[in-house]
Design a protein around this ligand. Structure first.
Ligand code: EPZ
Length: 442
């Protein structure tokens, strides 16, 4: 497809109701987990986004049968039968298109005792090592996990068989936690992960594995115990949890446009790190009685004040909402501070926001954000997925028209974003990319 952009004319207050899709970061782990089943399964509430399609194609390239049907609200239902898998190699170029392809290492090792993978890709936030994954696989008996074993960008692991181990993660890592859970599911004996990540998608992948027949306890706490089982019978249906980050992005989009939006099909406790900051800033964030939606608006006359935010692993403030939250801080009174505590370099989008009138100074991992009256339309580039989402929020609030180039980055993780925002009254459309001349916009 030729490069496309989003054209957004800002200024409309978002109003109405929208529904959140299935979680990207859960379904990517779940799809890899499904490759271990000794039967079939049905997966519901799968978001129709490009990262999911890359992962489905990777699974098909291994020999898995996956059929996909469009379901309500644009999401997909997948029928998955991995019994035809006939290779342990995922070494094609598309492996590098996404980060989550590394879950195939844990899944294929567990399935057949061997796995070969091209180094994964994903958003560029500085260094993204996978040393924790590899050290854990080595502790479980896998050979080929030393850095010097990587050849031509390809990691090949073998174990006969994998055995349980005590794994201490010296950095809290979502990917390593999921990968070790996958590998340990069929390993001999018990694996104990300490200092495990606790994100909602960790719990979802563990619930899916348990539905397959795995024995996992403690997901969602910092100690996870996995007792290996020889067979994973499958033959079940599973529905993916709502996407915490998509929900947070719409909460912020509602707030920066001074709108009034009710966001359905979310889990309010997952939103607490954001909801509490938004309340502190002066927004009204109401949870409904059924515990599955949140309404965001500003009481007439209430002022919005800046605050300080520090990203950290769940239940802390999610790094994947950091760029969108910086846009929110831009629109608040006073000076705010955003401390990025998870990734080495996740402020690459700030020069783009500056083109739109933001006033932000970055000192290493801290951004000092000065409140502004309004953003102004400009031509900007989505440097990565959440950076793109932040630019969408800024453009919705801006005076004039913004073109966001490289919009395919946004489509990696947001199902039907254009239609969802249009239904709330936003002026947004896909268009051909304009000539990008940064100097003209500086
Ligand atoms: C997952 O990435 C998400 N991706 C990211 O979301 C998210 O930002 C991140 O978790 C943190 O929440 C997927 O789930 C596909 P980590 P992951 O391992 O697993 C260091 C999005 O926008 N580390 O939790 O790769 C690492 O450098 C994406 O949806 C090591 O040092 O992240 C980082 O500083 C972007 N060695 C920290 O741990 C390792 O072996 C946390 O990374 C692994 C990680």
């Amino acid at each position: 497809m030729s490069p496309y952009s989003y054209k957004i004319t800002g200024g409309n207050r978002l109003k109405g109701d929208i529904s959140i899709s299935g979680s990207k970061n859960a379904v990517l782990g779940v799809l890899a987990a499904a490759m271990m089943i000794d039967g079939k399964c049905t997966l519901e509430n799968v978001p129709d986004i490009s990262d999911v399609h890359v992962m489905i194609d990777l699974c098909r390239s291994l020999g898995a049968l996956i059929t996909s049907e469009a379901a309500a609200e644009g999401s997909l239902t997948l029928e998955i039968d991995p019994r035809g898998i006939n290779t342990y190699k995922a070494t094609g170029a598309s492996v590098s298109k996404i980060r989550a392809s590394y879950y195939l290492l844990g899944a294929l090792l567990a399935r057949g005792g061997k796995a070969s993978l091209r180094m994964p890709g994903g958003c560029n936030f500085g260094q993204r090592p996978i040393d924790l994954h590899l050290k854990a696989f080595a502790a479980m008996g896998a050979r080929g996990a030393r850095p010097e074993d990587i050849e031509g960008g390809i990691i090949t692991l073998a174990a006969d068989p994998l055995h349980g181990a005590r794994i201490f993660l010296d950095i809290v890592s979502v990917g390593a936690t999921i990968n070790v859970m996958l590998a340990a599911t069929k390993a001999q004996g018990m694996t104990i992960i300490t200092n495990a990540a606790k994100e909602p998608h960790i719990v979802d992948v563990a619930n899916f594995l348990n539905a397959m027949g795995a024995k996992i306890k403690g997901a969602g706490t910092d100690t996870i115990r996995i007792t290996g089982v020889p067979v994973l019978p499958g033959n079940f249906s599973y529905s993916i949890i709502p996407d915490q980050i998509e929900a947070g992005t719409y909460m912020i989009a509602a707030a920066v446009t001074d709108g009034d939006v009710t966001i359905h099909n979310l889990i309010p406790t997952h939103m607490e790190p954001l909801s509490s900051k938004m309340r502190e800033m002066g927004y009204t964030v109401e949870e409904n009685e059924d515990n599955d939606s949140i309404r965001v608006y500003r009481e007439e006359g209430s002022e919005i004040w800046g605050t300080n935010i520090k990203t950290s692993p769940y239940p802390g403030f999610p790094t994947d909402l950091q760029p969108q939250a910086v846009v929110l801080l831009c629109m608040a009174k006073g000076v705010s501070k955003m401390h990025e505590n998870v990734w080495q370099n996740r402020f690459q989008y700030i020069p783009e926001l500056t083109r739109m009138g933001a006033s932000i100074n970055v000192f290493d991992r801290i951004a000092l954000v000065n409140g502004i009256e309004r953003f102004k339309g400009a031509t900007v580039m989505a440097t990565d997925l959440r950076a793109g989402a932040a630019l969408v929020c800024a453009a919705l609030a801006a005076e004039g028209t913004t073109y966001i180039t490289n919009a395919k980055k946004i489509d990696r993780g947001y199902e039907n974003i254009v239609q969802k925002l249009q239904s709330l009254g936003a002026e947004i459309e896909r268009c051909e990319s304009p000539e990008f001349d940064p100097d003209a916009e500086a």
